[in-house]
Design a protein around this ligand. Structure first.
Ligand code: AMP
Ligand code: MN
Ligand code: MN
Length: 326
């Protein structure tokens, strides 16, 4: 039994709890990426290897470019009715339970394990394994697997390398330390197929996505003395190219790649509220920028949801950026 809620749980505490429980639900965040999904799948695969019962909950469907991941076909939105009362719900890669969506059943806190690497994680679990200096939630999971003495199969190695390649932008972001490269080399030696992951995640765009990218770049604005580049994708643009939300993934990174740009923003004005993706070149902390408007994330990559017209979102973000030193 978990005795008390810990702001930070040790590796040993978490491993003991993983050993004690019989049944697990791995929970991914909405609009899932390769980290939230890869981390949950890696831990789920390792637990299944030692005879545990594992389910995967995710509100949104698995994105097209992540369907190659082992066990991805087991991810579901509905959970079986016969889950034991002491099922452990493992939230991967989110700073708060709200990031899992509204579809989640009510869960007692004593049955929650929070594994994450976000700044400002709210420590919502009974166990909180939050390692802010890790490049991905997947590498937090790797620490647990090593402590458990799990066999890292080629399938698990593929899931873990996917988490790293997702959250380092294919080894390009500043969180790509020497240690991250060493860990990645080990995962390749254990059977992770880097070439395949690269192709599936980064070179697997639909033609509609490329045309949408072209339109979003064509209407991009450069402001604040060239330090801020932003654009909008709306319902009409998606319709014009036959694209959907998954096809917007890379756009903000292109906006950020413009010479002299410190912060880039993409406003996604479809599906109801406005979702904003933020990227920073390293001078401005976009985690605190997003935090001002109810969002969160990391120093160089963050996001938020704005309730209101897109023009208001644009104005509110400009104010937040100026307040944070843009
Ligand atoms: P994205 O631009 O959607 O790739 O998100 C970049 C980062 O911001 C990720 O680390 C997300 O976890 C985080 N993030 C995105 N949207 C939100 C939100 N509404 N609230 C908190 N964090 C978010
Ligand atoms: Mn994520
Ligand atoms: Mn992550």
């Amino acid at each position: 039994m978990i005795q008390s809620e810990a702001r930070h749980s040790t590796t040993e505490d978490v491993v003991a709890e993983l050993r004690r429980r019989s049944t697990f639900v791995m929970v991914s965040h909405v609009k899932p990426d390769g980290d939230t999904l890869g981390a949950g799948l890696a831990l789920g695969l390792a637990l299944r290897e030692i005879g545990k019962r594992v389910h995967y909950f995710q509100q949104d469907p698995v994105p097209r470019n992540l369907r190659f991941l082992p066990d991805a076909d087991r991810v579901a939105r509905e959970m079986p009715a016969d889950l034991p009362a002491d099922t452990l719900w493992v939230f991967c890669d989110m700073s708060d339970t709200s990031r899992a969506g509204e579809h989640l059943p009510a869960i007692e806190r004593e049955n929650v394990l929070d594994i994450d690497h976000h700044l400002a994680n709210s420590r919502f679990g009974a166990l909180n394994y939050v390692l802010e200096t890790e490049c991905s939630t997947g590498t937090c999971v790797l620490h647990l697997l090593r402590a458990m003495g799990s066999t890292i199969t080629p399938e698990i190695a593929t899931c873990l390398l996917t988490t790293i390649m997702t959250d380092t932008g294919g080894f390009m972001h500043s969180n790509t330390t020497a240690g991250v490269l060493r860990t990645s080399a080990e995962l390749v030696e254990l059977g992770a197929d880097k070439e395949d992951i690269t192709e599936k995640i980064f070179a697997n765009k639909r033609f509609a996505a490329i045309r949408l990218l072209g339109a979003a770049l064509d209407s991009a604005r450069l402001e604040e003395d060239g330090k801020y580049c932003w654009s909008i994708v709306d319902e009409a643009m998606l319709e014009k190219f036959g694209a959907d939300g998954e096809d917007t993934e890379e756009i903000v990174n292109h906006l950020r790649s413009v010479e002299g740009v410190d912060v880039a923003a993409l406003f996604k004005d479809y599906d109801g509220d406005v979702r904003v993706s933020l990227r920073s070149s390293g001078r401005v902390n976009v985690q605190t920028v997003a935090g001002r408007l109810g969002g969160g994330g990391h120093f160089r990559a963050s996001g938020l949801t704005y309730v209101g017209p897109v023009q208001d979102a644009v104005a509110a973000l400009r104010d937040a950026l100026r307040a944070e030193g843009l």
